[in-house]
Design a protein around this ligand. Sequence first.
Ligand SMILES: C[S@@+](CC[C@H](N)C(=O)[O-])C[C@H]1O[C@@H](n2cnc3c(N)ncnc32)[C@H](O)[C@@H]1O
Length: 210
Amino acid sequence: MARSKTSQRWLKEHFDDPYVKMAQRDGYRSRASYKLLEVQEKDRILRPGITVVDLGAAPGGWSQVTSRVIGDKGRLIASDILEMDSIPDVTFIQGDFTDDEVFARILDAIDNHPVDLVISDMAPNMSGVRESDQPRAMYLCELALDLATRVLRPGGDFLIKIFQGEGFDEYHKQVRGLFEKVQMRKPLSSRGRSREQYLLARGFKGQRVE
Ligand SMILES: C[S@@+](CC[C@H](N)C(=O)[O-])C[C@H]1O[C@@H](n2cnc3c(N)ncnc32)[C@H](O)[C@@H]1O
């Protein structure tokens, strides 16, 4: 089958991409690892011994980075709609995060243990039609925030992939009300033409009042 221009461009970029080569060299499952590593370098959100929830974790690049830093005494609960090869000491829950039953299974795995950090790199499969892609992406962001506000300890942190567009300003405002400090991050390893950015919220103020 003839390859489309888009898939040809993707293949070329993939094989020319220095972060793909670095991931192969460093034993990471995805180039996405370097996005978290860049945030970590600047903001030090991961520390030995902490409890972390990783949403949209497959194939596991962020989980690998996280488990290396948090070490034996840390705890990591990861989830994705796709399968993920196991990582030692990582609890993995497979399922669609928009499904109540999956949300509940993640809460069960956390088991009321105070969580220090929730990270989400979730993104729906993009169709290229912004009018439908953006609300789907924002819906995942809303659900991730809902989970974060249920499980984070006061003072905990939240890192989430978000796309500029409709709903972004309202979301940003909502997060600002819930955390002490909110900053945007665009790691160098995030492709320039991608609208993705990362919102880093630090210092959860406490339970969300419904
Ligand atoms: C950019 S990838 C994550 C890469 C990952 N952070 C890493 O370092 O390897 C986005 C992930 O979001 C997941 N995802 C998208 N929609 C989802 C949903 N409804 N429920 C759970 N995961 C979802 C995708 O399956 C995909 O694995």
